[in-house]
Design a protein around this ligand. Structure first.
Ligand code: SAM
Length: 280
């Protein structure tokens, strides 16, 4: 697996470069483009003399959720919507219930995208590639990495970063400038190398509580306790909280341990009987 960075170039050149890179001496046997939109991929196919390419989108009446991916492709390029950030019904001038850019929850979008990506992968012939262009997004101040949240079908052959200087967000004026603008998109290349067996990569997100783990230092537990107690606590206050922690279950001298860490660590200081966190 390699990570390449390519400077901003028009999408047509990206598709052309990818085809030329992966098929240097021949054309793909069959090039299928899913979410083909305005026809960039078709222009590339014509330029490269690929005569059996297929370009599929709601624009030409093909629905990625319900229709089959044409069989026999060794190169599928897909450029799915960016959740509902850009609503393609306005570009098509028609609403479609299965448009992946309709207003929906992020989970629903990811599930639908997973369905399409799995269909694409299984439609490939052996040795075929699914190349997908994916953008991360920020919505209501929250960062969403579609790339990480979607399932990966097949083995990753390449991860290319496409630099994006002219973004939709460049025209927006934000009251809060504290975030880093998204100036890149991802191109993932998946290759099908086995007929029956396929890899699926799933990102798992979960929440845990530091009171329930042992892989944490006493210093960090005491820091959290002081923050919880508005940065002013006696040894007894800290003990009352931390005696219930999982880490305390393995220690018969918790109060002594807390006192030892408070005295030894430069992170804490004492005034009268109260302990404080040194914040700088
Ligand atoms: C990011 S755009 C693709 C742009 C394209 N690469 C181009 O150069 O114009 C995403 C496309 O997905 C299409 N789309 C959304 N949901 C779809 C679905 N269920 N089936 C087929 N196409 C869909 C939209 O109509 C839109 O054209």
């Amino acid at each position: 697996m390699e990570i390449l960075v390519i400077e901003e170039i028009a999408l047509g050149y990206v598709i052309k470069d990818l085809i030329s890179h992966f098929y240097p001496n021949s054309k793909p046997k069959k090039f299928v483009e899913v979410f083909s939109g305005g026809g960039t991929g078709k222009d590339v196919a014509i330029e490269l003399g690929i005569t059996n390419s297929i370009h599929l989108d709601l624009i030409n009446g093909w629905d990625a959720l319900t229709d089959e991916i044409p069989t026999g492709a060794d190169f599928v390029f897909s450029h799915p919507p960016y959740w509902d950030i850009i609503k393609y019904q306005y570009q098509r001038n028609s609403y479609h219930q299965n448009d992946l850019s309709n207003k929906m929850s992020y989970e629903e979008f990811i599930n639908k995208l997973n369905m399409v990506n799995e269909k694409i992968y299984h439609s490939l012939i052996l040795g075929g590639r699914h190349v997908t262009l994916i953008g991360d997004i920020r919505k209501n101040g929250k960062y969403y990495s579609i790339l990480k949240d979607m399932k990966w079908f097949g083995d990753l052959e390449s991860h290319i970063i496409k630099i994006q200087h002219n973004c939709l967000s460049d025209n927006k004026i934000y009251s809060n400038h504290s975030f880093i603008p998204i100036k890149h998109e991802h191109i993932l290349v998946f290759r099908k190398d086995k007929i029956w067996v396929f890899s699926i990569k799933v990102t798992e997100s979960k929440k845990d509580n530091i009171m329930n783990i042992t892989n944490i230092t006493w210093r960090d537990l005491i820091q959290a306790t002081l923050e919880f107690l508005n940065n002013k606590a006696t040894v007894d206050d800290i003990y009352e909280i931390l005696r219930k922690s999982k880490k305390a279950k393995n220690n018969h001298h918790v109060r002594e341990k807390i006192r030892q860490i408070l005295n030894k660590s430069t992170n804490f200081y004492k005034e009268k009987e109260y302990w404080y966190l040194k914040l700088c």
